[in-house]
Design a protein around this ligand. Structure first.
Ligand code: WTA
Length: 638
């Protein structure tokens, strides 16, 4: 394991101190006090938060069971359902009549669901799923655009105890197929198509091909969104609106009583090698962790309009579009389309229209807006904003400052949140009361015990690069990899097995003030526009093309997207290299994996650098591409 991304990040000198009124009104005005209290007794800390802010059908007997590491359990013995806390309990309060979800469609249509209305839809769809034979523990794959029914489908699954597996709508045939098959889902929920930049993406066609390859799906539920022509397979495919009009769509659906440790969802994410990893989260700990981090970091108040501009198909959307905001009784925005469509001020128009108070997005989006200049946001009244957020990749200080100045008008603190699909919730993050340094995600959320260490686990000196580690468990942590506990142990807990630390797979520095500066991945995960992609999956897409014998892909730094994919392919004997073939290979990756995985460059080569044991040395390819020193080549075969 080497520190691949050695490029030293500039440490900005600037420190931004929060205004006194922000500190005074914050939920956590004194970070150090709360952090120290939490570390002194983690179970007591997370026990009292869980008892005071959530409803449980039955109390736990043990807050944290750490008797069998790394298989930690939280709130052992407790009964709950995350949907009870996200919806059911709000039916008894004034939140019932509050907007839960404000949906803005790309074509300009809008729809607002109050908590009551959202609950009504979720109950009906939960009943429909039950009528289709879905029950506790069954897996359901969801593959849709960014529309309210995506959220409803997730909640309906959780309500009946089924395990949802959402596949990002920007993924394509093979990515969807492998995820359906691995989870052995019986039901797929999809839509006819999705709007993107004024055009439609043919989701149902892609779903049909994936379902045909997979063979586990018995029923496909199709939401009508674009109204485009689609094939409906008799007996297998059902229109959502038709099912919801039947008596089986009972609005009086009961909420399944779940064990706190029962699975809530699996979400596939990329790892170093092999197929994607099925990260498993549970009802109890995930609920407590996501809602608490959301409330404290973004200072959620009843009057807020919260906009997490991610896609629900990734962890950011799961935790901070769907679950945490609903549990906190917040009002959320969901926008269907592209940020700059039809004009580069679409987002700023939405902020002004709904009076958004908190905006949470990714550095790549900010850099994208920067390119269009200050005049587009300046046309709109952004004065409702009071907090901003960033996630997905390190934010470069220039982008941070532009975001702060042009969008936040120098009065909105920026919460740069570092976390992962695996962690479930924010791990390294400021709170509104904390002093900020552009480019640093600051320090651990209260109770998160982390450090930056060397190969042997010794803390590295200030400002030196090392491996980020998390030293103690937290409630929203992944519990395992679905059906693959050995890989769970190997991937995250084997490197520092003796110490019992979790290895996130990122390199970082810690400065004199204890602030963390995340640098990047230490493995073969590539972050393209904040989307997490694995080299292995893209390589197997390339090799599935009839002309390719072998392939390797690497991430290459890109000013806008953070990274782009470069591919290297050895063609099969007799196949002539050509520009046309390079284009065809790019398109093939788009068809199999999805447009985000398309290589920016496809190199057709005669050989690939390998170790004597046959492992591709991507580090050598990367160094060659970037014109850097290749480094130690003693293990190179040829
Ligand atoms: C990276 C996304 C720097 C990191 C929530 C991590 C970040 C990976 C930040 C997880 C941040 C996420 N600063 N890097 N604020 N947030 N990352 O699972 O490399 O899609 O390991 O979860 O994104 O990506 P994932």
């Amino acid at each position: 394991m080497a520190l691949l991304n050695g490029s030293a990040k500039t440490m900005a000198e600037d420190v931004y101190h929060p205004a006194p009124e922000i500190v005074q009104s914050a939920y956590i005005p004194d970070y150090d006090a709360v952090h120290n209290e939490a570390l002194a007794d983690l179970p007591a800390f997370w026990g009292s938060i869980a008892a005071e802010n959530f409803e449980w059908y039955e109390q736990w007997h043990t807050v944290l069971d750490d008797s069998n590491p790394p298989f930690f359990k939280w709130y052992v013995g407790a009964k709950t359902n995350i949907v009870h806390n996200a919806l059911d309990r709000h039916m008894k309060t004034a939140a019932r009549n509050k907007a839960a979800l404000i949906f803005e469609g790309e074509p300009g249509d809008t729809k607002i669901y109050t908590y009551q209305q959202l609950n009504y839809e979720v109950c009906k769809f939960a009943s429909v799923l039950r009528a289709l034979g879905v029950g506790k523990g069954d897996r359901v794959t969801i593959y849709m655009g960014r529309i309210p029914q995506l959220m409803m489908a997730m909640l309906a699954c959780a309500k009946i105890g089924a395990i949802h597996s959402v596949v990002y709508g920007g993924f394509s045939t093979e990515a969807l197929h492998s995820r359906i098959e691995d989870s052995a889902s019986k039901v797929l929920i999809t839509c006819d198509g999705a709007w993107l930049r004024g055009k439609t993406v043919d989701l149902k066609d892609i779903a049909d091909e994936a379902v045909q390859r997979a063979g586990t799906i018995q029923n496909v539920v199709v939401v009508k969104r674009t109204g485009q022509e689609v094939q409906m397979v008799a007996g297998r495919d059902h229109w959502y609106h038709e099912l919801m009009a039947l008596p089986i769509a009972d609005p009086k659906a009961t909420t399944e009583v779940m064990d706190a440790e029962d699975p809530l969802f699996i979400l596939y994410t990329s790892g170093t090698t092999g197929k994607p990893k099925a990260i498993l989260h549970t009802h109890g700990g995930y609920m407590v962790g996501t809602a608490t981090t959301h409330k404290w970091v973004f200072d959620i108040r009843p009057e807020d309009v919260w906009w997490c501009a991610a896609d629900p198909g990734w962890i950011t959307g799961h935790s901070y579009i769907v679950y945490a905001p609903l549990i906190n009784g917040a009002t959320s925005i969901m926008y269907e389309g592209a940020p700059t469509f039809p004009y580069p001020d679409r987002w700023w128009q939405i902020v002004a229209k709904y009076g958004v108070t908190i905006l949470y997005t990714a550095p790549t989006a900010i850099r994208g807006f920067m390119r269009f200049g200050d005049s587009w946001p300046s046309r709109h009244d952004l004065s409702s904003l009071r907090l901003l957020g960033s996630v997905g990749e390190p934010i470069n200080p220039e982008a941070w400052k532009w975001y702060h100045r042009v969008i936040g008008k120098e009065k909105c603190p920026i919460m740069d949140t570092w976390w992962q699909t695996e962690t479930g919730n924010f791990m390294i993050t400021p709170l509104p009361s904390v002093a900020l340094k552009p480019g640093s995600a600051t320090r651990g959320f209260p109770g998160v015990d982390l450090d930056v260490v060397d190969e042997d686990g010794h803390p590295v000196a200030p400002n030196e690069e090392g491996f980020l580690v998390i030293k103690r468990p937290w409630p929203a942590m992944l519990r395992t990899l679905y059906k693959d506990p050995d890989r769970y142990v190997e991937a995250y807990w084997s490197r520092y097995q003796e110490q019992g630390w979790y290895l996130p797979g990122d390199s970082a520095k810690k400065d004199e003030d204890g602030y963390i500066w995340v640098i990047g991945r230490i493995d073969d995960v590539i972050k393209v526009s904040g989307y997490r992609l694995g080299t292995a999956e893209i390589e197997s897409a390339l090799v599935s093309h009839s002309t390719v014998a072998e392939s390797a892909v690497i991430g290459v730094p890109d000013e806008l997207k953070g990274n782009v994919v470069h591919a290297f392919c050895i063609l099969k004997q007799g196949v002539e290299p050509s520009e046309k073939l390079q284009m065809a290979l790019r398109d093939h990756v788009g068809h199999e994996m999805g447009p985000i995985a398309k290589p920016a460059v496809v190199n057709l080569v005669d050989s690939l650098p390998k170790t004597r044991s046959g492992k591709i040395m991507r580090r050598v390819l990367r160094a060659q591409t970037l014109g850097q020193e290749v480094g130690d080549l003693s293990t190179l075969a040829d």
